[in-house]
Design a protein around this ligand. Structure first.
Ligand code: S3P
Length: 459
């Protein structure tokens, strides 16, 4: 039987576009797959490996463009990092406080995590001077959220618009510890301050309004730093100047990448997909909570702990609800938002297949991600026939309008590119996604996996 799904990847001068032609006879998604390594954990493994004494061995590193940016920045500051390979990467650390002054501008590319976490490390390296930049998207993203607390610690940082935009220049200083009450639940802000605190005599604490991902706390502790966490008050404290020792890190599959297949399996009729080896750290599983609220059939199998992070296989099966639609609308808000912040674009796709009106609120942070994910998702999905209204801090999605193939654009945002590709699977006719190459930031093999799981419909 011929597979009626066709995917072509064409190259123009600068960009790729991805064309997905959905067959009128339908398709389903079947199989067991793995997703690439977790992006957040990959960055941290490279950074802590570079700051540790001895060797760190990383298994399962994400080979996306973002961790490559982190690796090249730390190589420029003296860390010895072997060729990037998903089986094994070896990092020979140079020890806390011993990064060398780079000869050129450090380039974080598209990666907010690289720039923001690294700034905390650099600001606490006395006597050295650093300049950091990034691509057009990163240069437009807010940096005051890290620059201000670092300045409270005594950091010397300069940048455009009073230090609120990259490129940034930093002169490393001996910092003083602070207790920072962050106005936003952001793991990048929290991690930046904790990493600055690592080099600072005394206790540095960050309290946030809701718990954000805790990979930094877990990994710092595994590398030997003294870390005190209080989930009740959403606080984390680092006791400065403990020595980090190189470790073996096993990076689990990225739940933010698995999210595309979880939603695809839940909305494409007849699908049955298992995604193996996915990180299910409770600060990251908001997507599972939201999809459960929407009535999706997802089970966690083989739950285990690997190198300090919980891991499971996730199975999703399409199930048609009583109302003829696979999902039901829900409200996603409050403390759930930080636990699924990167999954809102694909949840917007899920919501177009939900009976009723889904409301996403308290998600203003989406406006300052790799793109303004509220405006971009609303305009692109509406172009395909969805019914989405932007809210200042979220969106309102009326489910049940059929999607139609058309030309859409990722706006160079990796998660938008992949969310639109999943929407295209269910759209009538041909969808062309411009600038789809952005997917390689976090998921270079996305199209190959899609081709692997698409089957002609049995219905
Ligand atoms: C990340 C934290 C989140 C997330 C980003 C990765 C991290 O950003 O959106 O993709 O690895 O710490 P914020 O801290 O800005 O919420």
């Amino acid at each position: 039987m011929a597979v009626t799904q066709r995917i072509t990847l064409n190259q123009t001068e600068y960009h790729h576009h991805l064309t997905i032609i959905s067959p009128s006879s339908g398709l389903s998604l079947q199989g067991r797959i793995q997703v690439p390594g977790d992006k957040s954990i990959s960055h941290r493994a490279l950074m802590l490996g570079a700051l540790a004494e001895g060797e760190t061995v990383i298994h399962g590193l994400l080979l996306g463009e973002d961790p490559r940016s982190t690796a090249s920045c730390f190589q420029a500051m003296g860390a010895d990092i072997s060729a990037l390979n998903s089986d094994e990467v070896r990092v020979r650390g140079i020890g806390l406080g011993k990064l060398i002054e780079p000869l050129d501008v450090l380039n974080a590319g598209n990666s907010g995590t690289t720039l923001r976490l690294m700034l905390g490390i650099l600001a606490s390296h006395p006597g050295r001077f650093f300049t950091i930049t990034g691509d057009g998207s990163l240069r437009s993203r807010p940096m005051s959220r890290i620059v201000q607390p670092l300045q409270q610690m005594g950091a010397e940082i300069w940048g455009r618009k009073d230090g609120s935009l990259a490129p940034l220049a930093v002169r490393g200083e001996t910092l003083r510890p602070i207790h920072y009450h962050s106005p936003i639940a952001s793991a990048q802000v929290k991690s930046c301050i904790l990493l600055a605190g690592l080099m600072t005599e005394g206790k540095t604490t960050v309290t946030e309004p809701a718990l954000s991902r805790d990979h930094s706390e877990r990994m710092l502790s595994a590398f030997g730093a003294e870390i005190i966490v209080d989930p009740e008050t959403c606080s984390a404290t680092v006791v400065g100047r403990s020595t980090l020792r190189g470790q073996t890190v096993v990076v689990p599959g990225d739940i933010s990448s698995a999210a595309f297949w979880l939603v695809a399996g839940a909305i494409v009729p007849g699908s049955d997909l298992t995604i193996e080896n996915v990180g299910v750290n409770p600060t990251r599983t908001g997507i599972l909570e939201a999809l459960a609220l929407m009535g999706a059939d997802i089970t966690q199998e083989n739950l285990r702990e690997v190198a300090g992070e919980p891991v499971a296989d996730l199975r999703v099966r399409y199930r048609q609800g009583q109302n003829g639609m696979p999902l039901q609308a829900c409200t996603i808000e409050g403390d759930l938002i930080p636990k699924l912040i990167d999954e809102v674009p694909i949840l917007a796709v899920a919501a177009t297949f939900a009976k009723g009106t889904t409301i996403i609120r308290d998600a203003a942070e989406l406006r300052v991600k790799e793109s303004d994910r509220i405006t971009v998702m609303a305009t692109q999905l509406n172009q395909m026939g969805a019914n989405i209204t932007e809210l200042p801090e979220g969106m309102e999605i009326v489910g049940g309008t059929p999607l139609m193939g058309t030309e859409v654009d990722s706006h160079t945002d990796h998660r938008i590119a992949m969310s639109l590709a999943i929407a295209a699977l269910t759209a009538q006719g041909t969808t062309t996604i411009q600038r789809a190459e952005a997917a390689a930031i976090s998921y270079p093999s996305f199209v190959e996996t899609l081709q692997q799981i698409v089957q002609p419909s049995q219905h």
